[in-house]
Design a protein around this ligand. Sequence first.
Ligand code: FAD
Length: 371
Amino acid sequence: MTKRPVQRPYRVAVIGVGVIGACVGWHLSRQGAQMTLIDAGHPGEGVTDWSFSWVNASNKTARRSYFDLNSAGLAAYHDLATTIGPDAWWHPSGHLRWTDDPAAQADLMKTAGLLAGLGYRVEVHTGAEVRRRLEPALTMPDEVAAVFYPDEAWVHGRHLVSRLAGRTVAEHRFGTAVSAIDTGSDGGVRTVTLSDGTRLDVDIIVNAAGPGAARIAALLGRHLPMRHEPGLVTRITCARTPIHRVVHAPHLALRPDGDTTMVLHSNEVDAHIDTGEDPAALARRLHESARNVVPDLAGSSITESRVAERPIPADGYPSVGAVPSVPGYYEAVSHSGITLGPIIGRLLTTEILNGERAGSLADFRPERFPV
Ligand SMILES: Cc1cc2nc3c(=O)[nH]c(=O)nc-3n(C[C@H](O)[C@H](O)[C@H](O)COP(=O)(O)OP(=O)(O)OC[C@H]3O[C@@H](n4cnc5c(N)ncnc54)[C@H](O)[C@@H]3O)c2cc1C
């Protein structure tokens, strides 16, 4: 790949400081780039704070290259925890799943077999074993076969972003949105204008604006097609979190979020978001399911609930890398961004600074969406 004739250290503006922008910015600053982190709001308070935040590759088997990228994402988290230290952000406690539908149960076991064949760690336990060894508070039939993926995890997105941004040597422009991007005579990026009127000279821009990414691309005349797939996440508070890991029970996913808080989500409930049903009523439905699956949550109450837009390019896969028609402009836009943040940060940094295009991103490059 031909690199632009700009002098090092490159002046890089990362637009959007959610999990993806924070990971990209942290990797770039470690390699000596001159960084500006820009966010319209507060770092980590976008969709990253309203995610189910499950780090996994077991749910990404539809396409081999996507499974491989997510597996690399999982491994990158273990490296990241070694480098910056684990803490309140990192919870490698595994993932448990079972279902009450015979067809879905057959699919679950088929996927588990496929993953085991790929060297992905998987265990199968009866419901009785799960309660004895893993999650005593769960209601589930004694004889049901539950799949346990011990290497999967959940991440507290806001804590992770705060940890990474705090360790990134950068100028911070928070509470100001990017309102314009100017290009030079070669079509390459030159300046970024912020909503307070500030103009920043830049060599490189990384679009990590999550659900706002299409609007940033449009400032450069680029159409980045995105899906509309909102999701509802509900936080509840309880005396003491009775569940220790990510759990996919029939019709409900739940995980701890702290010592006295839990997060609830359900794809089935998400399907009702655009039907006009009150999100507060949907949240109450999630809460009722949670109390059925975990009777110890009887005294819990809903504290927060929000509908968030998933940042999903139109074909469902990430858009990561350089956009050749706009020199100096890079995209880092993805669903599963919690799982993929650290690996995207690492691979994109190598591409920006050394011009090396990772083979593992070949299926996910921005060029597949022509300007
Ligand atoms: C219901 C739900 C469940 C999910 N579950 C999972 C899961 O279990 N596992 C998983 O891996 N992923 C999951 N995801 C996806 C994951 O949450 C996202 O892919 C990830 O958080 C995206 O991070 P981001 O940094 O791209 O976006 P964000 O966190 O939204 O960050 C983008 C930032 O850009 C800023 N911004 C936007 N426009 C501008 C502008 N013009 N100027 C300056 N700043 C701007 C925003 O303020 C924001 O802070 C889920 C998503 C949803 C909605």
